[in-house]
Design a protein around this ligand. Structure first.
Ligand code: NAG
Ligand code: NAG
Length: 173
């Protein structure tokens, strides 16, 4: 029983490590955040729908003489906002998707949003974690292997926490 619990701990820790990743995505790929060509006005929404976004993923906007605003759906449709939820114009904006749901991005420069510099990003709810299989990883229980199992899961936990804290630097692993 205790050994099953240990395997469960190890498995769920590994699952957490695998599912809780910080991913940094470059908005628009090589294009960066810039007015798309007239024949490609859906560039950003196409880019957004070809990606799967998770909570805590980070978007990187790279641009020159422009800005990034997060606005409401209504403001997105009007292409203007007097009180954006988020504003940045430093040329290299990192934005963390910190909750599930829809995010509406527009350029704050007059006329740019109308010409396609806008994007809707959908962040998925957390997927339910599949319960670990009941097949035990460790050999038939003995006091020694249990102690080893607990030591191993402790070590894995430490590694996961180290990796999670490095998420601030948005490291892909
Ligand atoms: C996102 O990051 C915050 C802060 O680091 C953390 O508290 C939260 O649990 C994370 N959420 C997910 C789904 O990873
Ligand atoms: C464990 O899995 C086997 C088949 O893989 C199944 O027959 C058994 O009922 C499962 N036991 C538990 C406790 O879920």
């Amino acid at each position: 029983m205790a050994s099953n619990f240990t395997s469960f701990l190890i498995l769920s820790t590994i699952l957490t490590a695998v599912s809780v990743r910080c991913v940094e995505l470059d908005v628009g790929g090589d294009n960066g955040w810039a007015i798309p060509s007239t024949k490609n006005q859906q560039l950003y929404n196409d880019w957004a729908s070809s990606n799967r976004f998770k909570v805590n993923d980070t978007l990187r906007f790279q641009y020159q003489k422009d800005s990034v605003l997060v606005v409401t759906q209504e403001e997105y449709e009007k292409c203007r906002s007097s009180h954006p939820i988020f504003f940045s114009n430093n040329g290299d904006t990192l934005f963390t998707l910190d909750h599930p749901g829809l995010y509406y991005f527009i350029s704050g420069v007059s006329g740019h949003c109308e010409r396609g510099l806008k994007m809707i990003v959908k962040v998925l709810e957390l997927e339910p974690i599949t319960p670990p299989s009941n097949q035990s990883l460790s050999s038939p229980s003995s006091a020694g292997s249990n102690a080893l199992g607990f030591a191993t899961s402790g070590l894995i936990l430490v590694i996961v926490f180290a990796l999670l804290s490095s998420c601030i630097g948005a490291i892909i692993f």
